[in-house]
Write a protein that binds this ligand. Sequence first.
Ligand code: ATP
Ligand code: MG
Length: 416
Amino acid sequence: MRDVLPEEARRWRIVEDAIVDVLERFAYEEVRLPLLEATDLFSRSIGAATDIVEKEMFSLTDRDGDSISLRPEGTASCMRALLEHGLLHNQSQRVFYRGPMFRYERPQLGRHRQFHQIGAEAFGMAGPDVDAELIQLGAEIWRALGIDGEIRLEINTLGSAVARAAWRDRLVGYLRRRSAELDADSVQRLNRNPLRILDSKSSATRSVLADAPKFSDYIDEASARHFAELKQMLDALGIAYVENPLLVRGLDYYGKTVFEWITQRLGAQGTVCAGGRYDGLAEVLGGKAVAGAGFALGLERTLLLHEAVHGVPQTSPVDVYCCILQPEQQGFALARVQQLRDGASSLRFRVHVGGGKLGNQLKRADRCGARWALLFGDDELRENRVALKDLATGAQETLSFAAVIERLRGCGEQCT
Ligand code: ATP
Ligand code: MG
């Protein structure tokens, strides 16, 4: 589990704020949910035979003897919360969440045991129109981040539960007959979670899959229509996609539409965002049937891609470093700086504390990457004036407070 230190956290904020801004412009509303849930919530929803539940959860027994787990994903909690608070009864909801998720995996680039997702969920809407909206939302996020050229959309349909079960039976029959040719992982999955074999990376397994029964021969009519309509809407939106019949998801609750946003720029961890439809989930959790669809994007991978495309942004924590020349003026200067903060509200002011020589204070100003230093001297404070030093050019002038506010406000707007 990684520490995100100030410099990196600033870079996270740039990406996170841009994503949340798009979600808000689509009128999705934020929910903030617990990090710990009953283990049962995840085993019932994600599926007891999935990798996540079988091998990746951080679970513990609480003092009452109940098993609880750190959340490995957000959809089940979202559904639970909205059901519990009666927000899904005859209603539709569009929500988003963000925050840490936990999976016991082998850490590597873009794969961590504590990672962060931003997810969007749409409840109570059964049609392909909301699938299209969710995909459009993703496309707008990539556009806002300037990474739309580096990411492609893959879509598939998993049909209805009945159609999927019929196909799964045929698929398992076929794979059993050729099990000698499958990789060991896939043989394991044959009994536990056979659809996951479809996204096996083993070339031997992939060549067996080439002749496997196709879901398109088993799909139910309603799901086929749903999928065809979704594709028409994506065409109308001008969103390019690749149909990938091998795209299944690692979570049991998906049906009908599934999709992934994938990049070539991050090696093996190329799936930046994944989602789909989960109309059966509410019933699995003991509620009445509620349509649902959503996606989750991995923030670490999004950030890696953003920086692969745009480079690592140079950020600094401070815009204006305020030097105080007479320690007895500290209180007065603090009040003055607050007026400047109020006047130039897009800028970040740091006040020097602890006294010391002006030269040392200016060194600190440089070290933290500030653009300006403000020098509060005795005379200036008496006359309601302050010296403003541009740390890039070294130019310095003494101005009235009102003029400093004007100057900084203008620059603040330029640089934000
Ligand atoms: P993968 O196949 O990469 O393990 P997944 O199918 O387990 O992904 P989801 O559960 O659908 O992933 O999660 C959605 C997104 O969350 C992923 O596309 C990825 O960007 C991110 N994600 C999932 N697991 C991790 C992890 N361990 N570390 C970092 N990001 C992750
Ligand atoms: Mg995974």
